[in-house]
Design a protein around this ligand. Structure first.
Ligand SMILES: [Zn+2]
Length: 248
């Protein structure tokens, strides 16, 4: 305990030894830190926030320390903590109103859905922008009981990190890149570019999911879409019998 203080000193607990004008400083500190943290959350990490948007996470962080510090530290007056809490809530509401009015601000603060799969193939640009790996996408799809990319018409990553999936209707499923984990006994064999196709089959690019039919003995090229140099047999699970589409 600090010198010259005694327990249950109400003035110290609520106001502290600081001049009243320090409230203005608390307001300034809170506002600057709120803005700065929001900016850093959006710039550094679009992911890794669990299921919270940056704005929701900021409320948790901001209220957490504003509530916690006056609980333990004898020199942090409760009124300063209360001012910071009220201000964090106020700033949150102001930011929500602001982002509702300005779509560009909404995109920056909240984010927008990013396309990760289109027409049975990975959207490499959307993956780069959202910093989401193909393994994360495949994990999400496996959890929804899909077996290959040819079953997926669209997949978006929502701002809270969840995936929205639009599968193909039963008749529209096409051959696609299987995403069975590589250790599984059913995992398909990889066929490097430059080697002949062992049999006539629809092949899927092992990286982006681009599909193309190659005849037996035809030398496999690099993927014309992403230049990756490895193929797998495309899975035709769920594809209606009949003339299968040769390419996606
Ligand atoms: Zn590819």
């Amino acid at each position: 305990m600090m010198d010259g203080t005694y327990t249950f000193d109400l003035e110290r607990i609520f106001i502290g030894n600081l001049p009243l004008l320090f409230f203005v400083e608390v307001v300034m500190r809170t506002t600057i830190l709120y803005m700065w943290t929001l900016f850093m959350l959006r710039v550094t990490g679009k992911r890794g926030m669990g299921e919270l948007t940056a704005l929701e996470l900021l409320i948790v962080i901001g209220l957490g320390s504003a509530v916690g510090d006056p609980m333990f530290y004898p020199d942090v007056p409760i009124l300063h903590g209360m001012a910071a809490i009220a201000l964090v809530v106020l700033l949150h509401h102001a930011t929500v109103m602001f982002t509702n009015r300005w779509p560009r601000a909404h995109d920056f603060v909240i984010g927008r859905p990013r396309q990760l799969v289109a027409d049975g193939r990975l959207d490499l640009k959307g993956m780069g922008e959202s910093q989401i790996s193909r393994e994360e996408i495949f994990t999400g799809l496996r959890q929804e009981r899909f077996r290959h990319l040819g079953q997926i018409r669209r997949l978006w990553a929502e701002p809270d990190g969840k995936f929205s999936i639009v599968p193909y209707e039963a008749g529209d499923v096409r051959p696609g890149l299987p995403f069975i984990p590589p250790d599984d006994v059913e995992a398909s064999v990889k066929h490097p570019a430059g080697e002949p196709a062992p049999e006539s089959h629809v092949f899927a690019c092992d990286y982006c999911g681009f599909t193309e039919a190659f005849a037996a003995g035809e030398v496999l090229p690099v993927c014309p879409r992403c230049e990756h140099d490895c193929w797998q047999y495309a899975s035709d699970e769920g594809v209606r019998s009949g003339p299968a589409p040769a390419a996606a």
